[in-house]
Design a protein around this ligand. Structure first.
Ligand code: GAL
Length: 993
């Protein structure tokens, strides 16, 4: 059978859906993805138990709403699974799915059911976290805009709030309940109630609220264990702290933590201070569970957090070495459920970003915003595969302290009470390399390792695991100073992969009753056999890949030792096929492996010409790579090796962006503009936390149903003579701004300041902009004051004090010089909700004239607009739009990740909203930054076809305004990728229910 790419993909998807448990993996990692087979999900104090098999959860956070292209969900989930993660944790963002009470949309980019089905196909467990409150650096912490205009304090047991929260939970649980591992519908394994709920601890309100959520979620058919994510280590909401309706043993305590990368890694479990604030010790009968542990951090407007470097700064400070030290410390502390926040950060597109962040939510995560695999995945894969291959790690007790030969090394000693394996987690907190010996327990005796004089090397700020008494395939590793990464029985032999830093001396001792034959197949290694101990000792210094084949004298299965440095380890991939495990070396990524008869069909990516070597189940003689037959030969390592290199990706050239067309807008500023259809802003009361100023109408945008993006106000009044100035008070998220015109004449622009580092977390900014009234406009008679406010985002509600209800938009307007003050009739207009866009959803648009008129859409005809070439240098205050189209012809089989880059003189005061094919992919603030490049996700971006780019430019009017340079940037390129469906250009079938 010839497998082309398409049939291969179909086959693998179907195969994964019905995944059989491979014999080897069954004892180690319960394999997700078997449909309609019910499972039990329980736990004891050590770990989760799936059908009574232990699972260490090695999870990464990824928000589907931050990757608005469902095809690419497969890409990121495959990258996670292949890099050793066995779980993904997702927030589900209420606001993303609900534009109005009673309306919930789970279609298109909001198709949660599709995401969960993809996760099951990929074979990765899911932790679902639907709030109702999520925080997550999204607008209002995930509360829908409309909730800001409702009564009752959110995150309490207020009945109005609960009725809305229940409405959301009913909608989301109807989907989640169909994808649970318990019921066999999918791989949802855990479900989080609320997030970092640290309020109303002792007054009964919090307990009643959580009890309500617990009961509601169970009533909705959620049968997996539930948990809450305790903010830091407060010991809040441990089992028993609120009613679980008589149900016991179905609720876990979890906490989160974001330690400074420059601190000593914290002991939040077995080795810590203990007690309620000790982390996992708050709940000794449930397994250590970090529902979030820092994998990066977010960056505010202006970039103060990382000194303007943006997310490169996050990735540099939370690098691979950070991961080894901090995550291994967690494992040493008995943390058996660990979720790295974020593993793919993605994009806070449209009006998703909370005030504390800008568009990119790259987070410095292991998979970057452009979906590239970064070097941060290397330790994650090493640890993730180790957890799968060394089941002893799932049940560990603290053991007697041991002291390494240097006190500079922190040593954590643990043992598995069932198997007797011992683990020594060694951490170097100094900046210099250390070489040590450690007394370890081998078959009940104390042995100082290594026996050779070379010592165990720990480079500065590094951490590694030394193990004793573990199995590698059918053999016993008495001890190893190289960290185990993977071991399996593959075909007729056992294969073990062990890793460390380049230059590390390593020593392994293996149990053999008689001297085996040892062949060093590549690199250099020495061995010696001790017949008294029945032990073969292997010594090597890591450099690239060292292969040692050990053939027992009794003719039993040989063992292939693969000793790899980090760089080499990154080229190894494993996949559990029907026929057994497959280990692959060479490509940049193995997505999956499908074994059929003598053929192993592999699917993956290359970034350069690559080797392909495969250890496959017995009988495999042929290899396909992405559907193409690859000539192979057998090696002495027992592998099949390609006799050609896998191809590098084809070159890609991106077009220049030219042929711009331009149209000015803001007709709303003109006195004669017809605003009769706009809402009258004449309310007198509000549920906002911002007080309504005495004697003034409510001007808060949310009270009139305008929750996202720009809002226009037009105030008409009949003046007496003599107005000298007008003061506009407004309230916004970070980087809010307003522009005002009187009778069509610009009064000026006001902007909230760029946050300093100390203001990183300030979310609501208020200011009063006072503009002089030009003498010519202060006369008696009718006047129109027009104000455009960019309110940015609503605050999150981390303190459960309705912070998301702080007003957005104008709050008060006063005149000086006129007595009595003129009586102003206000009208307000924001996003055109009547023409809402079910394809792109409620967060795509605000109320600019161009947005209300569809100028952002690819279907809009701009033929009458004036031609323009960049740079632009308009100095007028107001709004203008630029549009162009470009064609891409990315070769099939290439995954090109493309961004849009804007650069200009940083003194120029303007901002740009970027619409690609109608999708609002971000906001650029030229004189604030730090973001200059915006990811354009494939699916929205048509890799083969025509694209329409529309830029909505707000010019402060104080300097010439750009944009000056706008170009496409290639952010990533691989041969491989996943098939991508282009999203439709128009909303034909957005379904609401
Ligand atoms: C946590 C919170 C997350 C996110 C994170 C910081 O405390 O639970 O939602 O806000 O901090 O990125």
């Amino acid at each position: 059978m010839t497998l082309n790419r398409r049939t291969f993909t179909a086959l693998t998807a179907g195969a994964a859906a019905a995944l059989a448990l491979p014999a080897q993996a069954a004892t180690v990692a319960p394999e997700p993805g078997r449909r309609h087979v019910p499972h039990t999900v329980t736990f004891d104090k050590y770990s989760l138990l799936l059908d009574d098999r232990r699972l260490v959860l090695w999870s990464g956070e990824f928000h589907p709403f931050r990757l608005p292209s469902p095809s690419l969900w497969t890409d990121v989930l495959q990258k996670m699974r292949s890099n050793g993660y066995n779980a993904v944790s997702i927030y589900v963002n209420w606001s993303y799915h609900s534009c109005a009470p009673g309306q919930y949309d789970f279609t298109g980019v909001r198709n949660l059911g599709r995401f969960l089905a993809v996760a099951a196909q990929v074979g990765i467990f899911v932790t679902v976290r639907p709030g109702p409150y999520i925080n997550a650096e999204v607008d209002a912490g995930g509360f829908p805009g409309w909730l800001t205009a409702t009564t009752g304090t959110a995150r309490t047991n207020n009945s109005t709030y609960l009725s809305y929260a229940d409405e959301w939970l009913t909608a989301v649980n109807a989907i989640v309940s169909k994808h649970q591992y318990t019921d066999g519908g999918g791989t949802v394994l855990l479900y989080q109630l609320e997030n970092e709920y640290s309020s109303h601890l002792g007054d009964g309100v919090g307990a009643a609220y959580l009890a309500h959520l617990y009961a509601k979620v169970r009533a909705d058919g959620i049968t997996v264990p539930l948990f809450h994510n305790d903010k830091g280590r407060n010991g809040d909401w441990i089992p028993g702290s609120f009613s679980t309706n008589g149900e016991s043993g179905r609720y876990l305590y979890a906490f989160d933590g974001y330690p400074s990368p420059s601190s000593t890694p914290p002991d939040w479990g077995y080795f810590g201070p203990g007690g309620a604030k000790g982390g996992s010790t708050a709940s000794p009968d449930t397994p250590g569970f970090e529902a979030e542990f820092g994998g990066g951090w977010f960056d505010p407007w202006g970039g103060a957090e990382f000194a303007g470097q943006g997310y490169a700064g996050a990735r540099a400070s939370r690098d691979a070495v950070y991961e080894r030290r901090f995550y291994l410390t967690n494992l040493a502390n008995g943390i058996k459920l660990q979720n790295v926040y974020m593993t793919f950060g993605g994009t806070s597109w449209g009006w998703l970003p909370a005030p504390v962040v800008y568009t990119s939510y790259d987070y410095g995560a292991a998979v970057d915003e452009a979906r590239n695999q970064t070097s941060k995945l290397v330790p994650m894969k090493q640890i993730g595969l180790m957890l799968e291959s060394v089941p002893d790690l799932a049940e560990l007790d603290r053991a007697a302290d041991v002291t390494a030969s240097s006190t500079a090394i922190k040593t954590y000693h643990l043992t598995n009470p069932t198997t007797g394996a011992h683990f020594y987690f060694l951490r170097n907190d100094t900046a210099s390399d250390q070489s040590i010996t450690v007394p370890v327990s081998v078959s009940g005796s104390q042995v100082t390792v290594p026996a050779s004089g070379a010592g165990i090397r720990l480079t500065g700020k590094d951490m590694k695991v030394v193990a004793t008494g573990i199995a590698v395939g059918r053999r016993t590793l008495r001890y190893t100073t190289a960290q185990p990464m993977y071991a399996a029985t593959i075909g007729a032999r056992d294969v073990a992969l062990l890793v460390g830093r380049t230059g590390d001396p390593v020593e392994l001792s293996l149990a053999f009753a008689a001297a085996p034959t040892v062949s060093v197949l590549s690199g250099s290694a020495t061995s010696s056999y001790d017949s008294t101990a029945g032990a073969l000792r292997v010594n090597a210094q890591l450099s690239g890949l060292i292969r040692v084949l050990i053939a027992p004298s009794d003719g039993s299965a040989p063992l292939l030792l693969l000793l790899a440095d980090d760089e080499e380890s990154a080229t190894f991939w494993k996949h559990d096929s029907f026929a057994g495990p497959v280990l692959v070396r060479g490509p940049a990524l193995l997505r999956n492996a499908f074994v059929m008869g003598p053929v192993a069909a592999l699917n993956g990516d290359t970034t350069a010409a690559s080797d392909l070597e495969v250890w496959a189940p017995t009988g495999i003689r042929r290899l396909l790579w992405n559907g193409s037959a690859i000539p192979t030969g057998h090696t002495v390592s027992g592998s099949l090796s390609a006799s050609i290199q896998l191809p590098a990706p084809a070159q890609v050239t991106l077009p220049a962006l030219t042929n711009w067309r331009y149209a000015p807008e803001n007709p709303e500023s003109a006195p004669g503009f017809d605003d009769s259809a706009w809402a009258l802003a004449n309310k007198t009361t509000s549920f906002s936390t911002t007080p309504v100023p005495a004697g003034q109408p409510v001007l808060f945008a949310d009270d009139y149903g305008f929750h996202y993006g720009d809002v226009w106000y037009r105030g008409s009044y009949n003046a007496q003579a003599g107005a000298q100035s007008v003061s506009l008070s407004y309230s916004s998220g970070t980087q809010g701004m307003l522009m005002a015109w009187l009778d069509g004449v610009p009064l000026g622009t006001h902007r909230q300041p760029v946050p300093t580092k100390a203001q990183d977390s300030q979310s609501t900014w208020t200011a009063t902009a006072t503009f002089a009234v030009p003498a010519a406009l202060s006369g008696s008679g009718p006047h129109v004051l027009a104000v455009l406010v960019r309110p940015m985002a609503h605050s999150e509600d981390g303190g459960s004090n309705d912070a998301h209800k702080a007003a957005r938009g104008l709050t008060a307007v006063t005149f000086t010089g006129e007595t009595p003050a003129p009586s102003v009739t206000w009208r307000i207009q924001g996003a055109d909700t009547a023409a809402s866009d079910p394809l792109r959803g409620p967060l795509n648009n605000g109320g600019l004239y161009g947005e209300r008129s569809g100028w952002h859409l690819p279907t809009f005809g701009d033929g009458a607009w004036q031609r323009m070439s960049l740079p632009s240098a308009d100095t007028s205050q107001g709004v203008g739009w630029l549009r162009t189209t470009f064609n891409l012809a990315i070769p099939r089989g290439a995954d090109a990740s493309i961004g849009l880059t804007l650069t200009d003189d940083p003194a120029r005061a303007y901002r740009v909203q970027i619409f690609l094919n109608g999708w609002n992919l971000g906001q650029y603030i030229n004189d604030v930054g730090p973001q200059h490049t915006f990811v354009l996700p494939n699916g929205i971006l048509r890799s083969r076809g025509r694209n329409t780019l529309a830029l909505a430019v707000l010019r402060d009017g104080t300097t010439p305004a750009g944009p000056s340079s706008v170009s496409l940037t290639l952010l990533g390129l691989t041969a491989g990728g996943v098939p991508v469906e282009d999203l439709p250009l128009t909303a034909t079938g957005g379904r609401r229910h």
